[in-house]
Write a protein that binds this ligand. Sequence first.
Ligand SMILES: Nc1ncnc2c1ncn2[C@@H]1O[C@H](COP(=O)(O)OP(=O)(O)O)[C@@H](O)[C@H]1O
Ligand SMILES: [Mg+2]
Length: 386
Amino acid sequence: MPLTTEEKAASKASEGALAPLLELRGISKSFGRADVLSDFSLSVNPAEFLTLVGPSGCGKTTILRLIAGFEKPQAGRIILAGRDVTDLPPYRRDIHTVFQSYALFPHYDVFENVAFSLRIRGLDEEGIRERVTEVLALAKLSGLERRKPDQLSGGQMQRVALARSLAGRPSLLLLDEPLGALDLKLRREMQMELKNIQRRLDIAFIYVTHDQEEATTMSDRIVVLNRGQIEQLGEPREIYEKPRTSFVASFMGAANVLEARVLSSSASSIEIKIEDEIDCAVPNSDSAPVAPAGRVYVAIRPERVAIHAQRPDDRTPAILKRVQVKEHVFLGHSSQVYLKLFEKSPRPFWALCRSSQMNGALAPGQWVWAQFKPEDVLVLEPAERR
Ligand SMILES: Nc1ncnc2c1ncn2[C@@H]1O[C@H](COP(=O)(O)OP(=O)(O)O)[C@@H](O)[C@H]1O
Ligand SMILES: [Mg+2]
């Protein structure tokens, strides 16, 4: 019998109420006088791929080390599968960590490197063979069982490190910039593979990277960190399309960040004047009215700005301005076009155009039409905050 609407709603609600696998509650951590985290909280769902992304030094590794138990917080609790593990040593937590340095045993072959932790746990030979064969296949290492680490490439060593962490079937795997040492092409390949492996296993991954593209490719949810604070938490698309702060807009993809004055605001739209020059009414995605007369930051993604040699005659509402080209940078598949769009703005404004749509190079000083839609003007936090 099909479910009634109420039953569906109830089952949805219970799904939403799924107990988190891991909870950080009000964690504070400082080294000497440097506060890295203060009152930091985060909740991780079972079997999700969660990525911590942020600039170097923002506290990503510290968060992983606290979760793994290599560091102790000065305040706060860490709850794993409903159990308070704050005071437990690393080996008593059902967690594994993959580091960028692979930390393989040089004298052991691939099989023994992966089997090591299973032997310590006293698993029988038959069980070990089965488990190791399974994770080696998963990590695409079948056939390399008898190789020593110095006979492996960087990518293969990273796979061994991954296989070793998966062999113990932890409920949570922590990965600290595991692909950082690989070249770009291999990195892209491994990103897809890691994501596939994670999907097939019932293991939550907390992945750390400073690379926003890597975070966007792999994650179910992304935590954008800035100086030990969560700037925004959400699905990759949501973070890209609805950044809340100028930091998120600039860090997660490229953005032209500008200042604007709020002229009026309702639940459905906000009227703003950008850089004291361009008036436009943008949709209000939060449906919370913004204080009029306040100053806000707005972001415009460069790929949302179109450049035309002639005035376009389409009738869709758009912001259209005749401007002079400052510089044209050819990137191959795309081109960056720098414009003097606002007289007073100190920052360069740029558009990212597909090279196939450009009619040759634009000379500095050339006049063009720049066009973008009101819905591509993303209203961010109040400008007073910074
Ligand atoms: N063991 C430590 N002793 C002193 N300072 C540390 C230690 N570990 C990390 N820090 C400091 O904490 C801050 C966050 O570091 P980290 O968590 O490694 O950042 P990320 O991994 O995001 O680059 C940095 O300022 C770093 O210098
Ligand atoms: Mg780090």
